[in-house]
Every structure is written in structure tokens, then in C-alpha cells.
Design a protein. Structure first.
Length: 120
């Protein structure tokens, strides 16, 4: 819960002054189908609930930051072959090196979920 939900909210709060200065500000949260109401399972309750909380935070952030021109979305990478996902997952990771910063990102095909368009 601390990482997936509260950490996201604290990060957005810390970066808000910079986001407000941007002409094309975006917040992209990495969610999971296991955080959808119809995706909750009893074998990973802490993970499911933390992603459910993240999805709720995404909705609230999208609604509150929309007047400032800041778009908030969540991405769901699906079931990916990782330490957590296991070898049975249908999607493999692709790695890309960003040379300028020396970062290595893991890229997977993702579904974009715009929670800002959902009426509560």
C-alpha cells in the first residue's frame, strides 16, 4: 500500500510545482488488472488492494488536476514474464537503454486506462 498507493500520491504532490509549469504534463501510474474490481483474487490480497487503491487515487488525481491541464492515466501491462509474473506469463519484457541518463526501462505492450473519463 505504501508504494503503490501512498507513494504515488506523495510523488505527485512533490512534483506538482513542476507539473504545473509544463505545457503537456502527464502522470502515468502503472496499475494491474488485479486492481480492477472484477480482477480481485484471494491469492494476492495485499497486491490487489494496493492496486485498487492506486486506481482510486488515479481517478481522484485525474479529477482534481484536470482543471490545471494535467492528465492522469493508468497503464496496465498485463501478465508479464517477471519474477512476480513467472515463466507462464504470455508477455515477455523488452529492455531499452536510455543512453543520456543510463537508465534501463522494461517495455511491454500496455493498455492505457484513462480513469478521468469515468463518471463516479
Amino acid at each position: 500500500m505504501n508504494t503503490n498507493a501512498f507513494g504515488t500520491i506523495l510523488t505527485v504532490q512533490a512534483l506538482l510545482p513542476l507539473l504545473e509549469k509544463s505545457q503537456d504534463a502527464r502522470v502515468i501510474n502503472i496499475s494491474s488488472g488485479m486492481g480492477a474490481l472484477d480482477g480481485l483474487i484471494t491469492t494476492a490480497p495485499s497486491y490487489c488492494l494496493s492496486k485498487l487503491a492506486l486506481n482510486g487515487a488515479t481517478i481522484m488525481l485525474a479529477q482534481s488536476l484536470e482543471p490545471k491541464g494535467i492528465v492522469v492515466n493508468a497503464l496496465c501491462p498485463g501478465w508479464v514474464k517477471t519474477d512476480m509474473g513467472g515463466a507462464s506469463a504470455p508477455r515477455s519484457q523488452k529492455r531499452v537503454q536510455i543512453r543520456q541518463f543510463g537508465w534501463q526501462l522494461k517495455l511491454v505492450e500496455m493498455k492505457v486506462v484513462n480513469f478521468g473519463a469515468i463518471a463516479m
